[in-house]
Structures are given as structure tokens and as C-alpha cells.
Design a protein around this ligand. Structure first.
Ligand SMILES: NC(=O)c1ccc[n+]([C@@H]2O[C@H](COP(=O)([O-])OP(=O)(O)OC[C@H]3O[C@@H](n4cnc5c(N)ncnc54)[C@H](O)[C@@H]3O)[C@@H](O)[C@H]2O)c1
Length: 339
């Protein structure tokens, strides 16, 4: 891997996130270029590769990882495809940025964790990009600084205008609330120990079979309580907010900024339409940090442990959702390797 040269990246999965990461690597951040794109959809991969000099299209992650001009891998295929690509990258000792979720369940996340431990050094960063959002980082700084006292509660709000038709009840936990699971663990510096899911009478806009919205409650090691409103079809843009309630004050982030327009006897602003816009800066910082660390020969950011811990909380969350009861999180002890 080059210590100072340009990092040559293979992007696996060229759908919504993968294509956006390709754009980011080629046009926004520095120190890297895309030399391979991989997609089961050959035409999609080829069309994207054709837009970049020196980039080849593949349909198999293995083939791209074997290419001599690939130094690192960004995985943006769907969660169920992550494990195979991650194990292949670890076999080849390639640095990886893997979109969340690390894998769809705790058992497969544990297999990846064991493979990285066998390798003997960290290679994988997990794409929990909220840690790179300026407001979340400021909230973390305030909580760590201690001037507000201990955090007693976190209130999270996570609203999407709508979800794709194939989105399921379980995916509200595994694909959406997983962000709040990670950011809660990170902000509070402790594990989530139990999950409860409550469901109001669903919105009339909720698709058949989906309970939407839901209220997800986490308990943590120190006894903090955390609630997450997850609303898949709020119809009103993409809103992610958080408020920490501490012993000596509160901190709220995610309120819409931007210009406030007053006209015709009303005032108002704009709600971001989706996550690509709302978290654009966070994605940019995340990928830049990964490229910079990789070029220095380091691995920083959310680890496989964080991916595994989130997967374990997701499992408890899906059981809680299905069974309508409080479910304790089952996790292995944190290995010293991830201290
Ligand atoms: N961090 C975030 O905020 C965020 C937001 C959305 C999605 N994601 C994550 O990004 C990943 C991709 O999501 P998306 O919305 O771009 O999905 P998508 O469906 O738009 O794109 C996925 C692409 O991967 C391809 N693909 C499927 N299996 C593959 C395989 N085995 N090898 C190579 N390519 C394969 C598909 O053909 C498709 O082009 C998921 O893990 C998702 O959870 C993260």
C-alpha cells in the first residue's frame, strides 16, 4: 500500500451509496482514485467504469481484489453480501471501508471479527458516518468534557419521507435504527444492554405489514435511557435529531439550519430530502479520514467490534419488535484486540 501515493480503491456495489462514494472519491476528497467498480449488475458497473479513466468493471469482488491496481476496498453492496467480501479482503490483507451494517446478524459479524483477529491487525472501518457529522462530534465533545454532568437520557428522532417498497419492519431496526445504536454507544461510551419496541397505531400511509412509526427504547450499562422515534413514511423530508439530557443541562442537535424565509405572513425553511444531502459532509469526512489513515498505514474510525456490537443490539431489537417484550442484548466480552 502506498504510504504517500494515491490510494487505488475498488468500490463494491454501485447502487445509491456506491455511486455516491465513487463521485466523492473522484471529485470531492483527495488522495484516492477509483480503479475498479464491482456490481452483480454488469451493465451498471460498466456504465460507471466508463466515466473514469483507468477504471475497470467487474462482477465479482474477488476478481477486483486480485487486480494489481487495487490497494483498498470500499464495500457498498447490500448487507447480506458484506461477509463474503470482507473475508476475501481480510484474506488479502486489504484495508476496507464497509458500509453499515457490518453484516446482517451477530453470528456473521462475529465470524468477521474472528477473521480480523486471526489476521492480527485491524483492517476494517465500518461506515457509521454519523460519528463524522459536525454536530454529533460537538455533542460528543460536550458529553466527554463533563461540564454538563452525566448523560441521563438521549432522545433520538429519525424520520424518512418514505421507504423503498421492499423495506420491512425488521429493516427499520437493522438498517435505520442501527445508526442510533452506534451513535448511542459512541456518545455514551458504553454498551446497550436491553431493547424494547413500542408501536402506536400505525400511520395510514404505512405499507401493508409495516408498523410505522415505532418507538425503540435502549437501556445502557450505566442505567441511561435512550428513546428513538423511527418513522419510515413521515412524508416530510429526512430529519435526524438528537437531544442529550444531562445532570446540569441539555444539548440538542439536528434542528434544521439554513436560511429562514419570512414572506406572505409566514416564516419557514427547508427540510433536507434524504440522507445523502443531510449527511453529505459526514460522508465526505468519513471517506477522507479512511483514505488518510489508510495512506498512513493506520486503521481508525468505527471498528469491527462496533459493527458486531450494533448487530447484537439489532438482534435484540428485532426480537423485541416481534415479541412485544423487553429483550436483553447478548454479546461476547470485548476482546483486548479492540480495546
Ligand atoms: N451510511 C448510510 O447512511 C447508508 C445509507 C444507505 C445505505 N447504506 C448502506 O449502503 C449499502 C448499499 O446500499 P444502497 O442503498 O446503495 O443499495 P442499492 O440497492 O442502491 O445498491 C446496491 C448495489 O449492490 C449491487 N450488489 C448486490 N449484491 C452484490 C454483490 N454480491 N457484489 C457486488 N454488488 C452487489 C446491486 O446490484 C446494487 O447495484 C448497504 O449496506 C446499506 O445499508 C448506508
Amino acid at each position: 500500500m502506498p504510504s504517500r501515493g494515491t490510494l487505488s480503491v475498488a468500490v463494491v456495489g454501485t447502487g445509491k451509496m456506491g455511486a455516491d462514494h465513487v463521485r466523492r472519491i473522484q471529485r470531492v476528497i483527495s488522495g484516492a482514485r477509483v480503479t475498479a467498480v464491482v456490481d452483480l449488475d454488469e451493465e451498471r458497473a460498466e456504465a460507471l467504469a466508463a466515466t473514469m479513466d483507468g477504471c475497470r468493471a467487474y462482477t465479482e469482488p474477488v476478481a477486483a481484489m486480485a487486480a494489481p491496481d487495487v490497494d483498498a476496498v470500499l464495500i457498498a453492496s447490500p448487507g447480506p453480501a458484506h461477509e463474503a467480501a470482507l473475508l476475501e479482503a481480510l484474506d488479502r490483507d486489504l484495508p476496507v471501508l464497509c458500509e453499515k451494517p457490518l453484516t446482517p446478524d451477530a453470528a456473521s459479524a462475529l465470524r468477521v471479527l474472528e477473521a480480523e483477529r486471526r489476521l492480527g491487525h485491524r483492517r476494517i472501518q465500518v461506515g457509521f458516518m454519523r460519528r463524522y457529522d459536525a454536530e454529533y462530534a460537538e455533542l460528543k465533545r460536550l458529553l466527554d468534557g463533563g461540564e454538563l454532568g452525566r448523560a441521563l437520557m438521549l432522545h433520538h428522532r429519525h424520520r424518512n419521507p418514505s421507504m423503498p417498497p421492499w423495506f420491512t419492519n425488521e429493516m427499520l431496526i437493522n438498517d435505520s435504527v442501527v445508526h442510533e445504536m452506534d451513535v448511542t454507544r459512541w456518545l455514551l461510551g458504553q454498551e446497550i444492554t436491553a431493547v424494547t419496541v413500542l408501536k402506536p397505531a400505525p400511520s395510514s400511509y404505512a405499507p401493508e405489514g409495516m408498523d410505522d412509526p415505532q418507538l425503540v427504547l435502549f437501556e445502557t450499562e450505566s442505567g441511561a435511557l435512550v428513546d428513538v422515534e423511527i418513522f419510515g413514511h413521515c412524508g416530510n423530508g429526512y430529519q435526524v435529531r438528537a437531544e442529550a439530557v444531562c445532570e446540569r443541562g441539555t444539548v440538542r442537535i439536528g434542528d434544521e439550519g439554513g436560511p429562514r424565509v419570512s414572506a406572505d405572513g409566514r416564516w419557514g425553511g427547508r427540510v433536507t430530502p434524504d440522507y445523502l444531502e443531510r449527511f453529505a459532509d459526514a460522508y465526505d469526512r468519513q471517506v477522507q479520514a479512511w483514505v488518510d489513515a489508510t495512506r498512513r498505514g493506520e486503521v481508525t474510525g468505527p471498528s469491527v467490534w462496533d459493527g458486531y456490537a450494533a448487530a447484537a443490539v439489532c438482534e435484540a431489537g428485532v426480537s423485541a419488535q416481534r415479541e412485544g417484550r423487553r429483550v436483553e442484548v447478548e454479546m461476547i466480552e470485548r476482546p483486548a484486540f479492540y480495546a
